[in-house]
Design a protein around this ligand. Structure first.
Ligand code: CP
Length: 303
């Protein structure tokens, strides 16, 4: 068992499936209002987020609390980072306070690996630059497994800003590992080179992106990063790349829409899709707590 959880490419298929399976147990517990477990009693989990987050940070903190761990959240804007303390010194400080797990989000790709190399505590990557968002991918896999009873053989289409998306990268790597077939569609300005080498089909048009797929995953337009200038307007993005109920008619029966959130309503997902039963964005949020519980347990108890 590795000390850390930094990217999907380092995880075996078996490990991913074990985490999903244990996540089912956690989901049964918390949806039955069993949110005072003592599985991680005496353990300490620290969240250290250098970038904004609602879903990932809150779900890690709740996951740890539901399991009975001590939890603290370092508010980077009120911490000694503002006095110039560097990343490693900050992480070592938390390590010396006997943290068992440090959950980090950082705008620089590779930042979690740097601190993992320098501290005793387990490090979980909660999103680093354009590189990876492995627990988002894990909750996406959980949601597919729960809905279809399998991942192997599913046709998954990822639509949007593939180039700048750590969610897309982690999903592509993991879905390949788990036996799904992945296709992608994006404006040229948001499509990286070399995707075919990763075993992905690049769609030629929007119809191909929806044709007989089981899962349609929209990606958030990252307006705070690279969104500006990559397409003429949000309305045109929705017209040419948006997920709407008409396009969903091209997909397989029982297909679902996923989105990591936060959603730009009426942009990646049209309003007519947001309230459909097949749009599982809110279920993904719940599933995120469950798989993060499974992950925290595995790192704290088995390492
Ligand atoms: N999906 C995701 O990472 O959301 P947050 O930025 O709110 O954590």
């Amino acid at each position: 068992m590795d000390k850390d959880f930094l990217c999907i490419s380092e995880q075996s298929e078996q490990r991913l499936l074990e985490l999903i399976k244990r996540g089912v147990y956690m989901k049964n517990q918390i949806t039955a209002n069993q949110k005072s477990m003592d599985i991680l009693k005496g353990k300490t989990v620290v969240t250290l987020f250098y970038e904004n987050s609602t879903r990932t940070r809150c779900s890690f903190e709740l996951a740890a609390k539901y399991l009975g761990a001590n939890v603290i959240s370092v508010g980077v804007s009120q911490s000694s980072v503002q006095k110039g303390e560097n990343l490693i010194d900050t992480a070592v400080t938390l390590d010396k306070m006997q943290a068992d797990v440090v959950v980090i989000r950082h705008s620089v790709s590779g930042a979690p690996q740097i601190i993992a190399n320098n501290i005793k505590a387990s490090v979980i990557n909660a999103g680093d630059g354009l590189h990876a968002h492995p627990t988002q991918a894990l909750l996406d896999f959980f949601t597919m497994q729960e809905h279809f009873g399998k991942i192997k053989g599913l046709e998954v289409s990822i639509i949007g800003d593939i180039k700048h998306s750590r969610v897309a990268r982690s999903n592509i790597v993991g879905l390949n590992k788990l036996g799904a077939k992945v296709r992608v569609y994006a404006p040229n300005t948001m499509m990286p080179q070399g995707l075919e080498e990763m075993g992905v089909t690049v769609c030629k048009n929007i119809e191909h992106a929806f044709d007989k797929v089981d899962v349609v995953m929209g990606l958030r337009i990252q307006l705070e990063r690279q969104g500006k200038g990559a397409f003429p307007s949000l309305g045109e993005y929705n017209k040419f790349y948006g997920i709407n109920s008409q396009r969903m008619q091209l997909t397989n029966k029982n297909s679902i829409v996923l989105h990591p959130g936060p959603v730009n309503r009426g942009v990646e997902l049209s309003y007519d899709v947001l309230d459909k039963d097949y749009c599982l964005k809110d279920e993904q949020v719940l599933n995120g707590v469950c798989v993060r519980m499974a992950l925290l347990e595995s790192l704290c108890l088995k390492h």
